[in-house]
Design a protein around this ligand. Structure first.
Ligand code: ATP
Length: 369
């Protein structure tokens, strides 16, 4: 049972109808959300959607205009930042350049006037957790970017906060190191059991590390779900389009038993799809299908409900996979993605090849908003 599916689980953090205005401008709009202990929770959305504002309210740097923010059931709006069991790790890391790794990690503990042996014990534990033991005496400029990131993490976790806020924590790292560090971050989060809330522009990163992802738009929470839930079952065109690559087709619906037929172009067969919400005949709907759900072949695949003929306009070879842009007779362009392997060499297509696209009636999602 994941905590968000457990009716008896108590959320660690609750936003209850929180609105935040800056003057006349509404940055957060009547937002309600529960975040559970031990979650790795990601906030995703375009620039300006309110992610940072949400984080700053958790940290106590901003207060809501309306609504409540609860931590462990207690309203924390009146609690000042330094009295909250919350820490924030910034993208810049904000390490003290003149202090050693050890002293950087010990900084907050010293400020809290902990006993020396407690401090030593805690710093040693943090160095172990972040695999920095051998760098304890170095200054920040004497270690790599990835190691600096780990120092910042060790320092943020030293006081054992209940909640750690991570603002673009891996933004300064190159792609390869970033990918490695994502797994380290997950590992450390799991070992400490601290709740992490991360803001990142990188949707792949959010999908990799997070237990749940929240997609925001203009201060509103549009969908909150597991990465697979967000990807496989987006609740709107906005979410489908925001996460990963997707083909979106619009058309008129006709209900036929447990399937909906969507006529999307004159002369083309309708798209046939399963559906899980009330649809009325003639209703204008959208249909989203991921490129990797579509097979590109010389012949239509008999075991699929949907077949469309088209002409290859572009092929992008990416090593393990290739993407195909296929132009339909109706003028639309569909993107399909196929894995490359010798076994599939018969799929060695080239530009202008006539092909068939096939997919099942449960591969896509019918959307009404
Ligand atoms: P980014 O991904 O670019 O960091 P974000 O989703 O974190 O964006 P926020 O920083 O939360 O967005 O800002 C949300 C909106 O609120 C923006 O339109 C921003 O201009 C506005 N805003 C944020 N802080 C203030 C402030 N102190 N005064 C006025 N407007 C603000």
């Amino acid at each position: 049972f994941a905590p968000w599916e457990d009716p008896d689980a108590k959320p660690l953090i609750q936003f209850k109808n929180v609105t935040k205005k800056f003057g006349d401008f509404t940055a957060i709009d009547d937002l309600t959300i529960d975040i559970y202990q031990r979650e790795f929770f990601a906030l995703l959305g375009p620039s300006g959607c309110g992610k940072t504002t949400l984080m700053r309210m958790l940290a106590g740097f901003e207060n809501p205009t309306r609504g409540q923010i609860l931590l462990g059931g207690q309203d924390i709006v009146a609690v000042p930042p330094n009295k909250r069991p919350v820490n924030m790790m910034f993208q810049s890391y904000a390490l003290f350049p003149h202090l050693s790794v050890w002293d950087n990690i010990a900084f907050g503990l010293r400020r809290d006037k902990l006993d020396q042996d407690k401090i030593e014990e805690r710093v040693a534990e943090m160095l172990r957790l972040t695999r920095l033991e051998q760098f304890a005496k170095r200054k920040p400029h004497q270690i790599s970017g990835g190691q600096r990131q780990r120092v910042a993490l060790a320092r943020s976790l030293a006081k054992a906060p209940k909640l750690l806020l991570l603002d673009e924590p891996l933004g300064a790292l190159d792609k390869k190191l970033r990918n490695e560090t994502q797994f380290e971050l997950m590992d450390i989060q799991e070992k400490t059991g601290t709740t992490f809330v991360i803001v990142t522009h990188d949707q792949e990163e959010a999908m990799t590390v997070a237990s749940r992802v929240a997609v925001m738009d203009h201060g509103k929470m549009i969908q909150v779900d597991t990465p697979a839930g967000i990807y496989e079952a987006p609740n709107s065109v906005y979410v489908a389009d925001f996460i990963g690559d997707v083909n979106i087709v619009e058309g008129n619906a006709t209900v036929q038993g447990d399937r909906v037929h969507i006529s999307f172009a004159e002369g083309a067969d309708p798209i046939i799809t399963a559906f899980d919400q009330p649809i009325s005949d003639g209703q204008r709907v959208s249909y989203a299908i991921r490129p990797e759900k579509i097979s590109v072949d010389r012949e239509p695949l008999a075991d699929r409900a949907n077949h469309v003929r088209g002409k290859i306009e572009d092929i992008g070879y990416l090593g393990d996979v290739s993407t195909y842009h296929v132009r339909l007779p109706s003028g639309g362009l569909i993107s399909a993605l196929m894995t490359n392997s010798r076994r599939l060499a018969r799929r060695d297509f080239t530009w202008d090849d006539e092909v068939w696209l096939s997919w099942t009636d449960t591969a896509g999602v019918l959307l009404t908003k």
